[in-house]
Design a protein around this ligand. Structure first.
Ligand code: MRU
Length: 383
């Protein structure tokens, strides 16, 4: 039997019968493809914190499936207790259920601070939970069904969102172009296609023959381990470069466009993404290369006015000093600064590509237009 390609795997799945979130452990890629099952709040939290599942949209999907699984467990535990007194099929009072649901939601939400998709997905799940249980007074058994439906929808929407971003992104480049990307905003960070890689995959299907440069992305090597892996496995012409080589390839004229993903876009267009992104944007500006941020609207945080208010995750020093090396590569006791993300100022961004169109400066206005387009599309859908 032919060996399975990494692109044939689902990044995040729900196994409802097993009450688990099923993911590829991305910390082991590309050497080993191991599928793991997350059943408990601790397992889900750890998987997100340790980047076994990572990338803003995939974190959102994992959190949505995660809170659904935990909601099922809340009801199961209640019924198990009920065996002693009122019987195992009795309905759990919504108030009691919601108190525990909210606790679990807040716990999952504390796993990573920068990617807004985490709280976005959890808030969406909470909203349907309250609508069904509190407003419509539905029994908790039905609330669970509604939570299941919402989580599945979050995942399905993500595929449409990525593909649509890909179509808009593709309109910004031409066959044979050189494209540079940073970190992994690929299929492994989403349900399918990725965001920054979506124009590349769609172009690949249509014979565009792009030449892609993937930054290795220190310190966790998402570019080398994940982006280079998935593009190479898909037959895309990809060249891996160290993070400090982007100026050279741009100066050489090998790059016609930069596409990156993002973890949170502020209302003014400042965009947080993997550490090193703002260096790439600065270099791109120097060499006149357009710099595009691919952003599902779930990543736009209209409540955060500018990048200065975005909380940047700080990670353990060991990721810089020893992780991935055979032996420690820094002196014992040396001070380490390890922010996981940086903010690219909006004046370095040529355009922000969303599933509702392409926003250009002034971003406060253009992102607001995108928001209005989304609201009216949703109204049409609900009619
Ligand atoms: O720390 P990570 O690997 O979760 O960081 C991922 C990124 O910075 C991605 O570019 C971003 O989440 C967009 S994924 C479509």
């Amino acid at each position: 039997m032919a060996e399975k390609n990494i692109m044939d795997y689902e990044t995040v799945e729900l196994d409802d019968n097993d009450s688990s979130v099923v993911i590829i452990d991305q910390t082991l890629l590309p050497g080993k493809t191991e599928i793991i099952r997350l059943h408990t709040a601790q397992e889900i939290w750890d998987a997100i914190y340790l980047l076994k599942v990572r990338g803003a949209p995939a974190i959102g999907v994992a959190a949505a499936f995660g809170i659904y699984v935990l909601a099922k467990n809340i009801v199961k535990d209640f019924r198990a207790d009920g065996v002693k007194d009122a019987g195992e099929n009795r309905e759990m009072p919504f108030g009691e259920f919601y108190e525990k649901f909210k606790e679990q939601k807040e716990y999952l939400n504390s796993s990573r601070p920068t990617a807004v998709n985490l709280s976005w997905a959890l808030n969406r799940m909470e909203a349907v939970c309250l609508q069904a249980g509190r407003e419509e007074q539905k029994p908790v058994t039905e609330v669970l069904e509604i939570l299941h439906k919402e989580a599945v929808e979050i995942k399905e929407e993500d595929t449409w969102v990525c593909k649509t971003i890909g179509e808009y992104g593709l309109s910004l480049v031409k066959p044979g172009d050189g494209i540079l990307t940073h970190c992994n905003a690929g299929q492994l960070a989403t349900s399918k296609y990725g965001t920054a890689t979506a124009p590349i995959y769609l172009g690949q299907e249509r014979g565009y023959g792009f030449k892609v440069f993937a930054d290795e992305t220190r310190p966790l090597l998402q570019g080398a381990r994940l982006t280079a892996y998935e593009l190479h496995s898909s037959g895309v012409d990809v060249t891996l470069i160290c993070d400090n080589m982007s100026a050279m390839v741009m100066k050489n004229g090998w790059v016609n466009a930069v596409f990156v993903g993002c973890d949170r876009v502020a209302a003014n267009g400042d965009a947080a993404n993997k550490i090193g992104t703002s260096v790439v944007a600065t270099v791109a500006k120097r060499y006149g290369v357009p710099f595009y941020v691919c952003a599902p609207t779930s990543t736009i945080d209209y409540d955060t006015p500018t990048g200065a208010e975005i909380k940047i995750e700080q990670r353990p020093a060991e990721e810089v000093t020893e992780m991935w090396y055979k032996e420690r590569m820094a002196p014992e006791g040396v001070k380490v600064f390890n922010p996981a993300f940086d903010v690219t100022d909006n004046d370095l961004i040529t355009a922000i590509v969303t599933e509702y169109g392409i926003a250009r400066a002034p971003f406060k206005e253009s992102l607001e237009e995108i928001r209005q387009k989304k609201i009216s599309a949703q109204k049409d859908k609900n009619q």
